[in-house]
Each structure stands twice: as C-alpha cells, then as structure tokens.
Design a protein. Structure first.
Length: 108
C-alpha cells in the first residue's frame, strides 16, 4: 500500500499543470474539503489498519475509475488546452487505476 500511496503522490505532480490550466480558464477551485468528505475522513481515522487499507484502496479504485471517465471525455473537448491536458494525463491516471485494482484484488 505505501508504495502505491507514494507513487500516487509523486505522479500527481503533473496535476499541478491542472491548477495552472484552471487559473488560465478562470475556474475557481474549492479551498477546502466539503463537510461530507471531511466527515468521511474522520470516520476512516477510527478504522483498524486492515480495514483502512481495504477501504482506502476501494476508494482509489472508484475515484480513479471516475477520473478515467472524466479525462476520456475531456480529451474530446473542443478547447485544445483542455483536450491536450486530458490526453497527456490520461495514461498516468489509467496506470493508477490499474495498479489500484491489482492491489484491491490482492487484499481480498
């Protein structure tokens, strides 16, 4: 799990480009987690290590799957900045999704 987490953290560095793109496109990003998400994190703090790992990787599989779908749609956007960013970033996200599903299978 820790290798996956480290890999995900380092691989999100290209996502910093998304912040620049959002600024260029005048998109306002949230400053904090929504209350529901914060509550979810608070609940996770109470989990045993094994339960946490299973829950966390389940979240990663779900979230990365949704993100893959969003980036596939974004790659077809008529705005070339958006579609270019999506196409360039999609392989990384797909790799994270694949690795997360492999880890999830190994934890069952």
């Amino acid at each position: 799990m820790s290798q996956y987490e480290s890999r995900s953290i380092y691989a999100t560095s290209p996502i910093l480009k998304a912040f620049k793109l959002s600024a260029k496109k005048s998109v306002t990003l949230p400053a904090a987690l929504p209350a529901m998400e914060q509550g979810h994190l608070d609940e996770m703090k109470k989990m045993s290590a094994a339960d946490f790992d299973k829950h966390y990787i389940g979240m990663m599989v779900t979230d990365h799957g949704k993100t893959v779908d969003l980036f596939k749609a974004g790659s077809k956007n008529t705005d070339t900045d958006v579609s270019g960013f999506a196409m360039k970033t999609l392989p990384t996200i797909e790799g994270h999704y694949k690795k997360a599903t492999e880890i999830q299978s190994s934890l069952k």
